[in-house]
Design a protein around this ligand. Structure first.
Ligand code: PMP
Length: 332
């Protein structure tokens, strides 16, 4: 079953609990909504993004504005970077975010897979350009600092998809802290619960940043001006917001650990759990019939697991977990 088919099935079934796509349920920050309402600047801007946006993101990341490019969401930034490194050996750990293959597909790029162990830790051995995502979708795991060291030691360059870097339970090391051969893909979709706003940033060495701006010019031309302005005006709320969302999703992950009678590696961030099941498609079918949508692991390259997005409040999640236990569970 491919992604489109899975979504059609979910739509037809119209389940009570939607734990399939990663659409955050926490309300967006009121400061951002207010800033968006006030926005009146709908003109073109520069392809690399407005200076005020690049300055705001640069100060949050401790880099220079010349190392920041505005993009229309994380996925757009990923497409830009995979295009920039199109001539190189691209590698990504299992299980993978399917978006990487959507992008590789349209550019006709090869994307090699890196094996992981039972704790979802990859073995970084091959030289190449790595596309990594921590905190991870679909597993929620975060690499310990020594693993990140292993990564930057072997990689020619790292494209670090840090869409979930603000949702962390016990610490996170960005490869950017350990090497300069790194481009970070950042997005406001998850931290501000605004995936439809389509705004993110690439933080990269200047030569790479310039190529990303070139990709902007060829695609969206200009990342959305009013969105950049509104987001730039509220970047200072990020530390507080980060703490709030991390706490809310950490509690949900703990709830899953207590309630789900399925085995999974405890997440260190993001808002997913990726429990082991006998067969992902039959778990998807039975859970859907019981009123819960989740995603088969084969969409992420692993048919022995399913992904649950923890995007409902705790009371509703308890009810959903109970249904999933009955539909997909065996003894722990
Ligand atoms: N990377 C990962 C791992 C994701 O889970 C997502 C969204 N689900 C994205 C990138 C893209 O996010 P956006 O384009 O909304 O920033």
């Amino acid at each position: 079953m491919d992604f489109a088919e899975v979504l059609t099935r979910i739509k037809e079934a119209s389940p009570k609990h939607r734990l399939d796509i990663g659409d955050p349920d926490l309300p967006p920050p009121p400061e951002l909504l207010e800033a968006l309402r006030k926005e009146e600047d709908f003109r073109y801007g520069p392809a690399e993004g407005l200076l005020e946006f690049r300055e705001a993101v640069a100060s949050a990341f401790g880099v220079e504005p010349g190392e920041v490019v505005a993009v229309a969401g994380g996925r757009h930034g990923l497409a830009a970077l995979m295009w920039v490194f199109r001539g190189r050996r691209l590698l990504t750990p299992m299980p993978y975010y399917p978006g990487y293959f959507d992008i590789a597909g349209v550019f006709e790029l090869g994307l090699g897979l890196v094996e992981t162990d039972g704790g979802w830790m990859p073995k970084f051995a091959e030289r190449g350009v790595y596309v990594v995502n921590y905190p991870n979708n679909p597993t929620g795991v975060v690499l310990p600092r020594e693993k990140v060291r292993e990564l930057v030691d072997v990689a020619e360059f790292v494209i670090s998809d840090e869409i979930y870097r603000d949702i962390v339970f016990d610490g996170f090391t960005s490869p950017m802290e350990l090497s300069s051969s790194v481009a970070v893909v950042y997005s406001f979709s998850k931290v501000f619960s605004v995936p439809g706003l389509r705004i993110g940033a690439v933080i990269a060495p200047r030569d790479v940043a310039r190529e990303v701006a070139k990709f902007n010019r060829a695609t969206v031309n200009v990342p959305p001006t009013p969105t950049q302005r509104a987001v730039a005006s509220v970047v200072d709320i990020l530390p507080r917001r980060r703490a709030e969302v991390s706490e809310a999703y950490r509690r949900r992950a703990e709830l899953a650990a207590g309630w789900l009678k399925l085995e999974f590696v405890r997440p260190g961030g993001a808002f997913y759990v990726f429990p082991r099941v006998a067969d992902d498609v039959s778990c998807f079918e039975t859970a859907l019939a019981a009123g819960v949508s989740l995603l088969p692991g084969s969409l992420y390259g692993d048919p022995r697991h399913v992904r649950l997005a923890l995007v409902e409040d705790e009371e509703r999640l308890k009810e959903a977990f109970t249904a999933v236990n009955a539909a997909c569970g065996g003894p722990r």
